[in-house]
Write a protein that binds this ligand. Structure first.
Ligand code: PGA
Length: 225
């Protein structure tokens, strides 16, 4: 299975989220090969909108076999924590969540301890965590089955990491067998095919090239061409 995870970050109004889904679905439906591969789970597409739009996105895309994830969730189980979005409250809406994205580690000073609690909350609530790591210094939680390696200098810069360097880092991460290994950092239609050719990269966490539905579709399409 090849993974294509769209990380919209803090972008999009409700109307824009709905428009994105409608445009993307139109594209998917016009390409019987991609549609077939999504339905048969050869391709796993996961859309991560911002919290308020998860429900709307979900109602549009899941019937086509597309999954929904959150970009984050709370480390607390629930209770008197104003403003928090718990894993329990998300559990009927999403299958996946990003955890430990470098933007959260850097701009919101998320520690390994916080990330550990978030992973626990996700797992307790049947949500699959996709743990983002910047390098071998970030802790790999052995409970996690999906790891996204995202070198900070490649994120949003158009300077995607070289294939060899990604494979070197994969070795350093010493992942347990069967771990799904994703790459993120300016992944798009220009480079996806080359990464997949290695047979070592199971898919992509895509930011910039997921904001526009055509770019995201073309990123998926490029894996077939
Ligand atoms: P990018 O973002 O594709 O814009 O580099 C990836 C990410 O931050 O998840």
């Amino acid at each position: 299975m090849k993974y294509f995870v769209a990380n919209w970050k803090a972008n999009k109004t409700l109307e824009e989220s709905v428009f994105w889904c409608e445009s993307f679905l139109k594209k998917i439906k016009s390409n019987s090969n991609i549609l077939k591969n999504i339905k048969s789970e050869e391709i796993k597409v996961i859309i991560c909108p911002s919290f308020p739009h998860i429900q709307a996105v979900r109602s549009l895309v899941t019937k086509e076999g597309i999954s929904v994830g959150s970009q984050d969730l709370s480390k607390v189980r629930g209770g008197k924590f104003t403003g928090e979005t718990t894993a329990l409250s998300l559990s009927s809406l999403i299958e996946f969540t990003l955890v430990g994205h470098s933007e959260r580690r850097i701009f919101f000073t998320e520690t390994e301890e916080t990330i550990n609690l978030k992973i626990s909350q996700a797992i307790e609530n049947d949500i699959q965590p996709i743990l983002c790591v910047r390098n071998e210094k970030d802790k790999i939680d052995t409970r996690v089955n999906i790891i996204a390696y995202e070198p900070v200098k490649a994120i949003g810069t158009g300077k995607n990491e070289e294939v060899d360097k990604i494979l070197e880092m994969k070795k350093k991460l010493r992942l347990k067998n069967q771990t799904i290994f994703l790459y993120g950092g300016s992944a798009d239609k220009r480079n996806i095919k080359e990464y997949l050719r290695t047979g070592e990269i199971d898919g992509f966490l895509i930011g910039t090239a997921s904001v526009n539905p055509d770019d995201f579709f073309e990123s998926i399409e490029s894996s077939f061409i």
